[in-house]
Design a protein around this ligand. Structure first.
Ligand code: FMN
Length: 251
């Protein structure tokens, strides 16, 4: 990777990039069709229906005040498994769809710059009732899980990929958010990348707060081995790469 100065790195946080962008040249303004709202999947892969919001039985009401007050990063988890309903709730709270505008855009439970939603959610499931340990992906349009592969050793591989942060292996489900930058670049070009990072923060914060409704906890993780996680997810590290993780467990 080329040497970057602190000054260069700080530019990422600013919006000065906008002054140098010719928005007439973005793919959107050139009339190129938008990329899909959801990464396409192999229809032969197993899909698991999730519990829909109106069917939830076990998600208890929690006041916003209580959730904000009680939230903290949790690194100790009980061995209790998550139920499929609890996992369904956490997925809806972090990336669930509320309204869809054809194949162009969708509103979700989190905000996103230009409603582009340039993330996919992978899940390393370790202890979820009825599901084998392995790698899954959330399909927000279908509100289903896609089974990528089962692997009884995945917890050990994940710990190595998060630089030995052992508490990850004690969680029930690890949320791993991958960025697909073109979904945002299509509209914003070089101004896409900072807002993808901002979007991801909103998603993780919703996870922290949603955990409060199911006696669970989480801890944001931004320190990891990029190549190792991307390899675990089976993504190419260029058009799609890991940006953030959060292990969830009962507390
Ligand atoms: C962007 C970001 C990255 C973080 N990365 C890690 C991490 O890699 N490992 C970890 O144990 N905690 C990580 N944390 C959790 C912070 O250490 C934690 O939020 C902080 O100590 C404040 O504690 P609180 O969340 O309980 O208020 C991260 C938090 C954020 C917001």
């Amino acid at each position: 990777m080329p040497q970057r100065s602190l000054q260069d790195a700080r530019e990422f946080l600013k919006d000065t990039v906008r002054l140098h962008i010719d928005f007439a040249q973005t793919d959107q303004n050139k009339g190129i069709a938008p990329p899909p709202l959801e990464k396409p999947f192999d229809p032969d892969k197993k899909r698991i229906p999730l519990v829909k919001p109106r069917a939830w039985q076990s998600i208890k009401p929690v006041t916003l005040l209580a959730a904000l007050n009680h939230r903290r990063s949790r690194r100790r988890f009980k061995t209790t498994a998550l139920t499929l309903e609890e996992l369904s709730f956490l997925l809806w709270a972090t990336q669930g769809l509320k309204r869809r505008f054809g194949n162009e855009a969708a509103f979700r439970t989190v905000p996103s710059a230009g409603a582009r939603h340039a993330l996919e959610t992978y899940l390393c499931l370790l202890r979820v009732e009825g599901l084998q340990p392995g790698l899954y992906r959330y399909l927000p349009l279908e509100h289903e899980l896609l089974l990528e592969y089962t692997d009884n050793e995945i917890a050990l591989k994940l710990v190595a990929a998060v630089l030995g942060q052992q508490f990850v292996a004690a969680s029930a489900a690890v949320f791993i958010w991958a960025a697909l930058p073109y979904r945002m670049e299509w509209r914003y070009g070089l101004a896409a990348h900072k807002v993808i990072a901002l979007d991801t923060g909103h998603v993780c914060q919703n996870l922290y707060l949603a955990c409060e409704a199911i006696d669970a906890g989480t801890c944001a993780i931004a320190a990891y081995n990029q190549q190792a996680i991307d390899t675990l997810l089976g993504i190419n590290g260029q058009d799609e790469f890991t940006i953030y993780l959060a292990p969830v467990g009962k507390v």
